[in-house]
Design a binder for this molecule. Structure first.
Ligand code: PMP
Length: 424
C-alpha cells in the first residue's frame, strides 16, 4: 500500500504502527551486500552517497543492452520503437511515483545537480534580474548553493540564506521576514544530507506561495526515505537522483509544474530539443523534450523505472518505520559513547547520522572502519557551510537504507570502539 503523504511528522508517527518491514528479505535482493570486505561481512552505511542496486535493476539494464537497445525517438525500426516505448514508459513511471499531473512535467537529467543547474540557468536566466533575491538555507548541499550563486553573480542578484539553529533545524521564524517583492525563488532541501534534518517543507511552500514565490525542493535525500506527492506538496520544482534511490548513476529527474516549464527557455541546444532549424531561426520542441538535448541516458531512465517499481513494491509506511527505528536505535547506541559528538539533532531526521569522535579525524574513522568491512563516509559532504556552522572541518556519516539492520548498527558501534582504542 502506498500512502498519501500529508505531513512528515504525522507519517513518521503513524509509521510506528505499520506492518513490520522485512529488511533481511530486502537485503537478499542486493548482490553487492553479500560479499566480504577485508575478511568481514560488508556493512554498507553509505547509502546517502549512493545506494546499492537490487538484482532487478541490474537485470533490467542487462536485458536492455542485450536485446532491446537502440537510440530513441524518430526511429522507424523495431528496436528503436521498443527503446522509445521503454524510455517514455520510464517517464510515466516517474510521473506516477511522484504523483505529478502530466508526463511532460518529468524531465530526465543526470541527477539532482543537473536538475538544479537547469532551473538556475533557465528559470533563473529569464526571471532573475539585478537587485532580485534567491533564498536558500544554511544546510544546503553545494548543488543547491553554487548554481544559484552563479546566476546571482551574473545577474547582480543576491543570495539570501535561512539560518539553522544549533540542532540543525531551520529557523523558520526568520524565513517569512526574508521574503520581499524581489524574491524570485526559494530553493531548499527536503532532507539534509549532512545532518539528516527533515525540513518543514509544507510550511515553507505555504509561506512562499502566499507571496507568489515558487519553491524548488531538493529531493536527493528524501525520495528514497519518504513518500513523495508533488501535487500534495504543491512544490513548483522537485529533483531526485536515480543512484540514491536504488537506480543507476547518471540519471535523475527534474519535476516542474507545466506552466513554469513551458515559460522557461531551453537549457542546452542540440538534437531532440528542436522542432525545426534553419540558420536564421530555430523553433524549440515542446516540454519535456525542450530540456533534453542530445541522446539521453536511455538505459539510465529504464533502469530508474525498474528501481522505482521495485521500491514501490514495499509498504512505504513499513519502510519509513524500519528506517526510523534503525535511526533511533543507532542514535541511542552512539550517544552512549562518551567521546562521540552527534552533529545534527533536529526534531525530525531521516536516514543519516553525522558525528565526530574527540580529536580523531573523520577520515581516520572511515579508514579504520573500512578495515573492519564497514563503509561510512567522511568529509564535508559537499555542505561546507554546515561544517562552518558547527565549527568543524568534517564529520563521519553513517547513513541507512532499506537493507540495513540492527546488526549493522551493532557492528558500527563495535567498530567505533576499536577506533577509540587505536587513538587512546
Ligand atoms: N543535494 C543533496 C541533498 C545531496 O545529498 C546530493 C548528493 N549527495 C545532491 C544534492 C547532489 O546529487 P547528485 O550528485 O546525484 O547530483
Amino acid at each position: 500500500m502506498n500512502t498519501t503523504w500529508k505531513d512528515d511528522t504525522v507519517t513518521l508517527a503513524r509509521s510506528v504502527n505499520a506492518v513490520r518491514f522485512d529488511a533481511e528479505k530486502a537485503r537478499a535482493d542486493f548482490p553487492a551486500l553479500h560479499q566480504d570486505v577485508h575478511g568481514q561481512r560488508l556493512v554498507y552505511l553509505d547509502s546517502a552517497a549512493s545506494t546499492q542496486k537490487p538484482q532487478v535493476v541490474i537485470d533490467t539494464l542487462s536485458e536492455f543492452y542485450s536485446r532491446q537497445y537502440s537510440n530513441v525517438h524518430r526511429g522507424v525500426h523495431h528496436l528503436s520503437q521498443i527503446a522509445t516505448d521503454l524510455y517514455e514508459g520510464a517517464r510515466s513511471t516517474v510521473r506516477s511515483f511522484l504523483n505529478a499531473r502530466h508526463d511532460e512535467e518529468i524531465v530526465f537529467v543526470r541527477g539532482t545537480t543537473e536538475a538544479i543547474n537547469l532551473v538556475a540557468q533557465t528559470f533563473g536566466r529569464s526571471e532573475i534580474g539585478p537587485g532580485d533575491e534567491v533564498i536558500v538555507s544554511e544546510m544546503e548541499h553545494h548543488a543547491n548553493i553554487v548554481p544559484w550563486q552563479m546566476i546571482c553573480q551574473e545577474k547582480g542578484a543576491q543570495l539570501r540564506v535561512i539560518p539553522i539553529d544549533a540542532n540543525g533545524d531551520l529557523q523558520l521564524d526568520h524565513f517569512e521576514e526574508m521574503i520581499t517583492p524581489r524574491t524570485k525563488i526559494v530553493a531548499v532541501t527536503h532532507v539534509s544530507n549532512a545532518l539528516g534534518t527533515v525540513n518543514p517543507v509544507r510550511e515553507i511552500i505555504r509561506i512562499a506561495h502566499a507571496y507568489n514565490v515558487p519553491v524548488l525542493l531538493d529531493g536527493a535525500q528524501s525520495s528514497q526515505h519518504l513518500p513523495i506527492d508533488v501535487q500534495e506538496l504543491d512544490c513548483d520544482f522537485f529533483t531526485l537522483s536515480g543512484h540514491k534511490i536504488y537506480g543507476p548513476t547518471g540519471i535523475g529527474v527534474l519535476y516542474g509544474k507545466r506552466e513554469l516549464l513551458e515559460r522557461m527557455p531551453p537549457y542546452q541546444g542540440g538534437g531532440d530539443m528542436i522542432l525545426s532549424v534553419t540558420f536564421e531561426k530555430t523553433t524549440y520542441n515542446e516540454i519535456p523534450y525542450k530540456f533534453e538535448a542530445g541522446t539521453p541516458n536511455i538505459a539510465g531512465a529504464i533502469g530508474l523505472a525498474a528501481a522505482l517499481k521495485y521500491f514501490r513494491g514495499f509498504d512505504i509506511d513499513a519502510l519509513v518505520a524500519h528506517e526510523k527505528e534503525l535511526l533511533d536505535y543507532a542514535t541511542g547506541r552512539l550517544e552512549d559513547i562518551d567521546a562521540l559528538r552527534m552533529i545534527g539533532t533536529a526534531r525530525e531526521r531521516a536516514s543519516s547520522l553525522s558525528f565526530t569522535l574527540c580529536a580523531v579525524h573523520p577520515h581516520d574513522i572511515g579508514t579504520i572502519l573500512d578495515k573492519q568491512g564497514i563503509a561510512i563516509r567522511a568529509g564535508h559532504h559537499c555542505a561546507q557551510p554546515v561544517m562552518q556552522k558547527f565549527g568543524i572541518p568534517a564529520t563521519a556519516r553513517a547513513s541507512f537504507a532499506m537493507y540495513n539492520t540492527r546488526e549493522d548498527v551493532d557492528r558500527l558501534v563495535e567498530g567505533i570502539k576499536q577506533v577509540l582504542e587505536v587513538f587512546t
